[in-house]
Design a protein around this ligand. Structure first.
Ligand code: DX5
Ligand code: ZN
Length: 219
């Protein structure tokens, strides 16, 4: 199945409720939480995300680009995010945290920065519901897609297949009508698109275009 998860990072933060309404045909709303430490940018935290959960027509896919995910991630599940992605580089005990999140009834995601290898996680990839592969250095929307990440997407898809578990493979950063087919062909099934969707006149039309381009290579 192909999932299109627009990132609200490049939306108009003064009118978030309206901006969320523009993506009601999406699968999930991707919400980028940044703390100014793990990445050189700062967005919003728990109180704002709690309001976003209430205003969103689709479930929330929280992407935590923050230090100390072991402490913070369960709190994002508590405020209603149905998928919570920790970064491998910001978590002391990813397995314990994944089990904790699943125990809270939410999906547990594992995020990998561009320079983080997936092989250290391959043996227990089925402990996660999703792997998020960054296809830009995290921190900002509107950056160019890193083609050098395609082999990692392929290796991750192979590891998922070997595990026999149903793990979603998400790509995040520079995903657009120009790049989404490469990601899908390499094995991604869940696509974050920020500027591509929010920069479009008609967000719903852009979501439909991305979905049909990706579905040509469905896994
Ligand atoms: C970047 C964020 C992304 C970002 C994607 O650090 O994790 O979710 O919003 O934006 P685009 O699609 O514009 O690269
Ligand atoms: Zn993101």
């Amino acid at each position: 199945m192909t999932r299109i998860n627009p990132s609200i990072l490049n939306s108009d933060f003064m009118h978030l409720a309206h901006e969320l309404g523009r993506i009601e045909t999406a699968d999930w709303a991707h919400v980028d939480v940044m703390d100014g430490h793990f990445v050189p940018n700062l967005t919003f935290g728990l109180p704002v995300v709690e309001q976003i959960v209430k205003a969103s027509p689709v479930p929330i896919d929280a992407h935590l680009m923050i230090e100390d995910a072991d402490h913070w991630a369960p709190l994002y599940a508590e405020v209603g995010c149905q998928s919570v992605t920790m970064h491998a580089e910001a978590t002391r005990a990813p397995l314990r945290l994944a089990r904790h999140l699943r125990g809270q009834g939410v999906r547990a995601g594992l995020g990998l920065r561009p320079a983080t290898d997936v092989s250290a996680y391959a043996d227990f990839i089925g402990e996660f519901d999703m792997v998020l592969i960054m296809t830009v250095e995290p921190g900002f929307g509107g950056q160019s897609f890193l083609d050098s990440m395609l082999p990692k997407i392929e290796r991750t898809r192979e590891a998922i297949k070997r595990s026999g578990a149903e793990v979603w493979l998400q790509v995040d950063g520079g995903v657009s009508a120009q790049t989404i087919e490469r990601c899908a062909a390499a094995g991604a099934d869940t696509f974050v698109a920020g500027s591509a969707v929010y920069g479009a006149e008609d967000a719903a039309a852009q979501i439909a275009t991305l979905r049909s381009l990706a579905a040509r290579h469905a896994h």
